[in-house]
Design a binder for this molecule. Structure first.
Ligand code: NAP
Length: 308
């Protein structure tokens, strides 16, 4: 069986960048992942990718994909990785279609999974008005009332995008200050159809067959419920570390894959990049993910060259 120099898991900003660098180091590279473009495709407007003022997340990720897959050194596949094991001189992974792939080094770049609130009605009405990507799903709520939960970039950007099509957007955030970029906060404040429900939270999603409203922790304008057709839950994401942990990689106290400045994990030959790691001070951005992907590939190159 062919043994690749580097196996990269994750088809987002970090994974694609790692593949571009690996290819240019002339490492035989196997790039695999389940979701083409990763969370990057959820950004309606990127705005901070240097050199490209006006690009959407899907377009940026499509450029990355084309670039990464343009090299003959890169084998690219859409698949889930079911299992990874250490072998005598590298790693072996099993894909969901039964294929087994071997490599000398491994880069985890699987990003993160959207967090759920765990409140009554949430799972039951998931896909029936409850969604976890405001920018992806807002279009389906034209002329309707929706609620966006959270105060980070995803929620505030999501509220601004939703306000372009929805009748009314309730932005419900548990604090009065937002952690989102001031750019997005200003943008959403300028929207006349956005109602700020601050220092509050939702405790239940209401509805039988589909969402009809949300229950609040505290009354807002005299009522402890708000009638909406859609609830966009944007309360952050947790790093997808399960596979890495199964291989013996350690995670930090916040649950992120522990890496050093060279993106090395505690397991020899295993590296991490992007939102899954504790690198870049937890600043999950396109630029930091790309930077980490480049460093991880450089470290994989050094590891392969040293013949370990
Ligand atoms: P985030 O920055 O972690 O923000 C999550 C938000 O949800 C916070 O406001 C948090 O409240 C709130 N929250 C968390 N748990 C909650 C709970 N149980 N109940 C109610 N509220 C809860 O996540 P994010 O907005 O998804 O962003 C993740 C990363 O992606 C960030 O680094 C962000 O900059 C980046 N991103 C960038 C862009 C862009 O540049 N275009 C777009 C989207 C995301 P507190 O504030 O009180 O903690």
């Amino acid at each position: 069986m062919k043994k690749y120099d580097v196996l990269i898991i994750g088809l987002g900003c970090a994974g694609y960048t790692a593949a571009i660098y690996s290819a240019r180091y002339m490492l035989s590279t196997f790039l695999v992942g389940a979701v083409e473009g990763g969370l990057g495709i959820t950004a309606a407007e990127v705005g901070n990718w240097p050199g490209n003022i006006d690009i959407t997340g899907p377009d940026l990720m499509e450029n990355f994909r084309k670039h990464a897959t343009s090299f003959s050194e890169v084998t690219h596949k859409n698949a889930w990785v079911k299992k990874i094991e250490k072998t005598a001189d590298g790693f072996q992974m099993l894909l969901d279609d039964g294929e087994t792939v071997e490599g000398k080094t491994l880069i985890f770049a699987m990003g993160s999974n959207k967090r759920h609130l765990g409140i009554p009605g949430e799972e039951r009405l998931s896909g029936k008005g409850v969604t976890y990507c405001a920018t992806c799903d807002a279009f389906f709520y034209k002329g309707k009332d929706v609620a966006v939960i959270g105060g980070g970039d995803s929620a505030v950007e999501g509220a601004a995008i939703a306000a372009q099509v929805a009748k009314k957007v309730y932005l419900i955030h548990r604090r009065k200050d937002f952690r989102a970029e001031p750019y997005w906060v200003e943008k959403v404040k300028a929207k006349e159809n956005v109602v700020f429900v601050l220092e509050n939270n939702i405790t239940e999603v209401l509805g039988e067959q589909k969402v009809s409203g949300v229950k609040l922790a505290k009354p807002f304008e005299g009522s402890d419920t708000i009638n909406v057709d859609g609830v966009f839950i944007e309360v952050g994401a947790d790093p997808a570390t399960a596979l890495a942990e199964s291989l013996g990689c350690t995670v930090d106290t916040k649950g992120y894959l522990s890496v050093d400045a060279a993106m090395r994990t505690n397991v020899a030959g295993v590296f991490g990049a992007g939102d899954i790691t504790s690198g870049s001070n937890y600043f999950a951005q396109f630029v930091t993910a790309a930077g980490e992907g480049a460093i991880a590939s450089n470290s994989a190159f050094n590891y392969v060259q040293a013949g370990r």
